[in-house]
Design a protein around this ligand. Structure first.
Ligand SMILES: Nc1nc2c(ncn2[C@@H]2O[C@H](COP(=O)(O)OP(=O)(O)OP(=O)(O)O)[C@@H](O)[C@H]2O)c(=O)[nH]1
Length: 387
């Protein structure tokens, strides 16, 4: 079969049926492995083994979607972001900050003070179990060490909080290309969660983090229910010169878009493909099945490096119940806790990790493009206690 007929046979019907469009054309297309039978029919089932990471192809025909290089933004450096954003935690009126310090500034802690301490931690969503543990351990240490001065009690509290948050969890993001079967694949990062938690925003912010660190990135808009989500993602990508793979048909198979995004990232030699998914409720079986399918389809082409569950910190304990199902269906590897700037419930970090056994890796502290920070326990606890 010659090259042209090969292309026509694969590409035209699939594009027409799926409406899978590509915001940024590829430099080159070639064969990819066939997708799993009955699961997706990508625009063209062919894949290119990529062995070197390099810059992602620049757009050729969509100037309105991806601005020229001079107007590209330079994301803020990632190091020290949580320290820079720390005051947001304090400013949000965290009871863990101001109220804890009020209690701890009393010369002698009476029974009522310990109870108040417990109440403050519960209000901050630390959770019943961890709160009881923390207060018991703190009381014991204060008693054994004979500590009375407020500053010393505060230092002990800081230690206890740090122990609860955990300083030895692996919070690094797996965003380096992976090797499997002699082929180098882009790191595949899937972003999941319920509606409105901040998934698309997080994907956009995370793309900036990766660009700031010198990685080449491709975004996949697998939220095919909401056209605005793909537009939103495209705007994020355009600001930092990152291509976006999307469907031009609402309701297209999200697994197909995810597959196509991975294929293109692979072909372009990108380091990372970030896939945004539609918000879904954990009790909707069909939607959760669809998420499982996205994971299966991606992992048949390349190892899925990270599944990030985006949780809205302002939803507190409700978010935890939702999260449980996602961890079962999608094998969540890290939590992104968004909107921590708008809540006095920073203690949810502790509860989330305890309930899910998955580390918080990133936190959202505002709507600004660089208001996403790698989670750092010390900076976080200091932020909480700064009130
Ligand atoms: N204050 C604050 N707002 C945030 C943060 N992260 C996201 N948001 C806002 O939350 C709102 C929802 O964000 P999206 O990214 O659209 O949420 P989504 O999860 O993709 O939404 P669906 O696709 O509908 O499920 C937007 O107004 C964001 O600006 C954060 O860390 N802090």
């Amino acid at each position: 079969m010659n090259e042209l007929s090969d292309i026509l046979i694969w590409a035209l019907p699939a594009l027409a049926v799926l409406g899978v469009g590509i915001a940024v054309p590829l430099r080159r297309r070639s064969r990819r492995p066939a997708p799993p039978a009955g699961e997706v029919a990508p625009a063209r089932p062919a894949s290119v083994p990529t062995t070197t990471a390099g810059p992602v192809a620049e757009p050729e025909a969509a100037p309105q979607e991806t601005p020229q290089a001079p107007s590209l933004e330079t994301p803020e450096p990632v190091a020290g972001r949580l320290v820079r954003l720390r005051e947001r935690l304090a400013r949000s009126g965290s009871p863990l900050g101001a109220r804890l310090l009020t209690v701890l500034s009393r010369d002698h802690l009476a029974e009522a003070d310990w109870e108040e301490l417990e109440e403050v931690l519960l209000l901050a969503d630390v959770g019943a179990g961890p709160t009881a543990e923390l207060v018991d351990a703190l009381r014991e240490r204060v008693r054994v060490l004979g500590v009375r001065e407020p500053a010393a009690v505060r230092a002990l509290l800081r230690e206890q909080l740090l122990a609860l948050v955990g300083t030895d969890l692996d919070r690094s993001l797996a965003v380096a290309p992976t090797a499997a079967d002699g082929v180098t694949h882009p790191a595949v990062v899937l972003v999941v969660g319920v509606n409105g938690t901040g998934k698309t925003t997080t994907v956009g912010k995370l793309a900036r983090v990766l660009v700031a660190e010198g990685s080449s990135v491709v975004l996949g808009a697998a939220d095919t229910f909401r056209a605005a989500a793909a537009d939103q993602l495209q705007t994020w990508g355009a600001r930092v010169g990152v291509p976006v793979v999307r469907s031009d048909r609402e309701g297209a198979d999200p697994a197909s878009v995810a597959f196509e995004a991975l294929a293109q990232a692979q072909e372009a030699g990108a380091d990372v493909v970030l896939v945004d998914t539609a918000g879904r409720l954990q009790n909707k079986a069909g939607l959760m099945d669809e998420l499982g399918k996205i994971v299966r389809v991606l992992s048949r082409t390349a190892p899925v490096s990270e599944v990030l569950l985006v949780l809205d910190a302002t939803t507190g304990q409700n978010g935890l119940r939702q999260a449980q199902v996602f961890t079962e269906v999608a094998g969540v590897t890290g939590i992104v806790l968004t909107k921590l700037d708008g809540t006095a419930k920073g203690g949810i970090v502790v509860a989330v990790q305890r309930e899910l056994g998955v580390p918080v890796k990133l936190v959202g502290l505002g709507e600004g493009p660089d208001d996403l920070a790698p989670f750092d326990p010390e900076a976080f606890v200091d932020g909480l206690l700064a009130g």
